[in-house]
Design a binder for this molecule. Structure first.
Ligand code: AMP
Length: 197
């Protein structure tokens, strides 16, 4: 099963992706996690990405396309994967189609979590509070200024993907304002339908 989770920052993509990982035994491919790992490791990519990420901007398509192309070729992704945070632009979506076509693969579904934008800042603040309470490290871009920029980037560059995937007939939507378990159940229904289609 090859799946994309779409939605603005704070929509719950990461949480839902984790649940899909547990249920289906396929990896979550989060470009944000991969970039944060590159920053931490101090790689060339990490050095190029750090300032952009901290400010809430988007890293270049060239960098993330290469990361994803390499990652989907790894053995654990052979049975499928859940893409979380990629694609974020229409050119990335086009690149993904090419990457998968090169392997004779295609997507099974694109699931968009629809959320009320007014709730997102509060969700980010809760994530920060929960992380701090658990003694964890708060993300450098989880602050009001960078978050606003992330939302602006989403509206301008990522939201057009809904139309793009509606055009390919792959887009499904879920009410991301429902409680977490309901969202999970809705996603599972869509996944089952897509896999049996
Ligand atoms: P995320 O963990 O998905 O919220 O991503 C954190 C940050 O990593 C984003 O704000 C971007 O700076 C960068 N990033 C992650 N995925 C992408 C992508 N597909 N395209 C460009 N930048 C990305």
């Amino acid at each position: 099963m090859r799946l994309i989770l779409l939605g603005p920052p704070g929509a719950g993509k990461g949480t839902q992706a984790q649940r899909l990982v547990e249920k289906h035994g396929i990896p979550q491919l989060s470009t944000g996690d991969m970039l944060r790992a590159a920053v931490k490791a101090g790689t060339e990519v990490g050095k190029r990405a750090k300032a952009i990420m901290d400010a809430g901007g988007l890293v270049s398509d060239e960098i993330v396309n290469q990361i994803v192309s390499d990652r989907v070729g790894e053995p654990d992704a052979a049975r499928g994967f859940i893409l979380d945070g990629f694609p974020r632009t229409v050119p990335q979506a086009e690149a993904l189609t090419r990457i998968l076509a090169g392997k004779g693969q295609e997507l099974d579904a694109v699931i968009e979590l629809k959320v009320d934008e007014n709730a997102l800042l509060k969700r980010m603040e809760k994530r920060v509070a929960d992380t701090k309470a658990a003694g964890g490290q708060v993300r450098a871009d989880d602050n009001p200024e960078s978050f606003k920029k992330r939302l602006d980037e989403y509206r301008e560059k990522t939201a057009p993907l809904s139309k793009y995937y509606a055009g390919t007939g792959q887009l499904k939507t879920v009410d991301g304002m429902a409680d977490m378990d309901t969202v999970t159940a809705e996603i599972e229904k869509l996944v089952a339908a897509a896999v049996n289609a």
